[in-house]
Design a protein around this ligand. Structure first.
Ligand SMILES: NC(=O)C1=CN([C@@H]2O[C@H](COP(=O)(O)OP(=O)(O)OC[C@H]3O[C@@H](n4cnc5c(N)ncnc54)[C@H](OP(=O)(O)O)[C@@H]3O)[C@@H](O)[C@H]2O)C=CC1
Ligand SMILES: CC(=O)N[C@@H](CCC(=O)OP(=O)(O)O)C(=O)O
Length: 346
């Protein structure tokens, strides 16, 4: 059994990890950690978790977290993992960090977009970017995983097969994304207040969202080309789900059928990426509660653009689901273990 600890267990990412790990056949939820509720039962924060026999919340203290955990998930805000994770890894505990602290390879870029001190550079270098489908071998040998952001997961799974072909102008990508409100976490703020977000939709962080450099960095790593992406997120009045609509200018007369074939071949042996039939319109509801990313390809021959549609559940493939997928790969377990396959519908 893998003894697992979760820091930030009282948040949404923590709750989703508990939902998945409580049913995982090779995991023992050994410890739950909190910076604000030590000594309390998790049921006080999450009554839905009653009856699972979970440990009481413990204080966060790196010295006492080794020897009792094989792996620790950090479901904490940016700026926490950069200090804590190196101490844990030095003591022999593997770490999967759901925050952005180890995703950006350049510390100055992290500081600019996250407004926090970057993690020590040797630890950023040691971290593996956990987009499982594209980095499986590195994930298998990693001690520290930078779990991808929710928007980058939906975007990169959609764009990566194409950026390697040269069929799209690298700087032409426009990524328009919509997220459910749980993407903002459990903390209350005006923007996610019910009466502000219900029956309404708005763009936010235009030309300034912290996931922009993460998307560009990973596109560059796979294509070798400097790529600028115009990324605009929107908040929509639903609890879970992300829809990405990405537009790229084609450089050649490639057909929809050729692109479809490329995607089907790329993801043929990837259990969590489903390439929909050509011309489909995936709904977020069709991946709700699951670890799937569903992708559909359209080509507009009139404008010579490819239009990619990609849906995920932000809490699952966008956070906890992908984190558990990475854990499975790190511990040489079948990739799908403990990840319920069928989306909740309706
Ligand atoms: N929600 C989503 O869809 C996604 C979230 N993420 C990332 O995952 C991480 C967790 O997100 P999410 O669960 O939604 O956020 P929440 O706000 O719901 O939960 C974060 C938890 O972190 C703990 N925490 C807060 N401050 C500190 C601190 N200074 N030190 C230690 N722990 C602290 C809190 O628990 P306590 O008070 O008990 O310590 C809190 O419950 C974030 O970095 C987020 O950006 C990534 C992808 C998608
Ligand atoms: C709807 C909503 O607010 N979503 C969050 C998701 C980002 C996130 O989770 O932050 P990191 O991945 O950078 O840690 C946002 O746009 O900031």
């Amino acid at each position: 059994m893998v003894r697992v600890g979760i820091v930030g267990a009282t948040g949404y990412g923590g709750a989703e990890l508990i939902r998945l790990l409580a049913g995982h056949p090779h995991v023992e939820i050994a410890n739950l950690y909190s910076s604000s509720s030590e000594g309390e039962s998790l049921e006080k924060s999450f009554p839905h978790a009653a009856g699972l026999g979970l440990p009481t919340l413990s204080p966060i203290d790196a010295d006492s977290m080794s020897g009792v955990n094989d792996l620790i998930f950090l479901a904490t805000p940016a700026g926490v993992s950069s200090g804590l994770s190196p101490k844990l890894v030095e003591k022999g505990v593997k770490v999967i960090d759901l925050s952005g602290d180890f995703r950006l390879e350049n510390g100055a870029v992290y500081q600019k977009w996250y407004k926090h001190e970057p993690a020590p550079s040797q630890w950023v270098e040691a971290a593996v970017y956990g987009l499982t489908e594209w980095n499986q071998e590195q994930v298998a040998g990693a001690c520290l995983i930078a779990n991808p952001g929710c928007y980058p997961t939906a975007t990169l799974l959609a764009l990566l097969p194409l950026v390697k072909t040269g069929w799209v102008q690298p700087n032409s990508w426009i990524v328009d994304a919509k997220s459910g409100v749980s993407g903002a976490g459990r903390g209350v703020s005006l923007g996610v207040h019910y009466s502000e977000s219900n029956e309404s939709i708005h763009a936010y962080k235009v030309a300034s969202h912290q996931h922009t450099p993460e998307i560009e960095q990973e596109l560059h790593k796979q294509s070798g080309e400097e790529t600028l992406v115009q990324f605009t997120p929107h908040l929509v009045p639903m609890t879970r789900g992300i829809l990405v609509t990405a537009y790229g200018q084609l450089t050649t007369d490639v057909t929809q059928a050729q692109i479809q074939e490329l995607y089907e071949a790329t993801y043929a042996d990837k259990p969590f990426v489903r390439v929909r039939p050509a011309g489909s319109h995936p709904h977020t509801k069709e991946v709700y509660g699951s670890n799937y990313c569903d992708i559909a390809i359209h080509v507009d021959q009139r404008t010579k653009r490819v239009i990619l549609l990609s849906v995920i559940d932000n809490m699952m493939k966008g956070a906890a689901g992908q984190a558990v997928q990475n854990m499975n790969v790190m511990f040489d377990l079948p990739e799908k273990t403990g990840l319920p396959l069928v989306p909740v519908y309706p």
